[in-house]
Design a protein around this ligand. Sequence first.
Ligand SMILES: [Mn+2]
Length: 333
Amino acid sequence: MSDMQATDDKARLVEILREAERVGVISHYRPDGDAIGSTLALGLALRSLGKRITMWNEDGVPERYAFLEGANLVQCPPRSGPVEIDLLVCVDCGDPKRLGEAGMALLHTVPASANIDHHETNTRYAGTNYIVGGAASCSSVLVPVIDALGIPMSPAVAQALYVGLSTDTGSFQYGSTTAEDMRLAARLIECGVDVGDTNRRVYQEQPAGAFAVHREVLNNMVIEEDGQLVHYSMPAGKCAELGVGREETKDLVNIIRILRGARIAIIFEDLENGLIRVSLRSKDPRISVSMLAAQFGGGGHAMAAGIRMRGSLANCRESVLRAARESLKKLHE
Ligand SMILES: [Mn+2]
């Protein structure tokens, strides 16, 4: 998409945001820091204009983000009945299916919809789409929108945006992190974000259950292709055996991706509903896991992508590993 197109979309987005009285904000299921940060930042910012705001998420707010202002206001999307809003805004969600079933139903019944996102693979499914593919986070994309609306950046909005930016840049560690991202972080800190306190709450307050899962992954990870490919598979029943919820299986790929020499890290997880979830990370800029995922109907970013596949754990794993080995082989051709 050209910059001009993005500018036009932004102007239209700002206009409909300004006009709407009752706005619903929603993001993807199994929300991460950017999904929650974007939802809260936009919700709180629009609320400060006197609008009536409803915030939704299929899976609610994960414990680690519950400290953010407004987190207690996030509800599950209604399963039925009319919803009294003028505009539904989907943030950080590249594909309407990821809104969840109730969210997707909302999208089809509301009078107007908008989509603000940074996923390259965004399908532009809303009435108005403002997509900046390649931006570090959806939170980053929201900043010029909030500015254009003339809303002063409150400490609460800044903190929500900071959490989105920090989590989507891997705490500013990804190679894609730019000077502009750092300048945005600086601005958010100037607006009142307590960096030490925010990072401690997001990154250093993990429940004991998380350690049971980490132990399991470290004990059973597989290292192959001379250490270039590392993966772990979580079979059906494992969460119950470990006594943890699905929430604890998020971000497991970060445990194995730090192996020295690894280029691709993959977690396979049997979701026990006929679906296998695959989380992929690349540590080599020549390998796009987004393209790898696309071969199986998945998507995401070049260095971080995901797939939901139908089939057995063993079959899905073999197909994806074959493709991963293939992309490693291409490096040496
Ligand atoms: Mn994001």
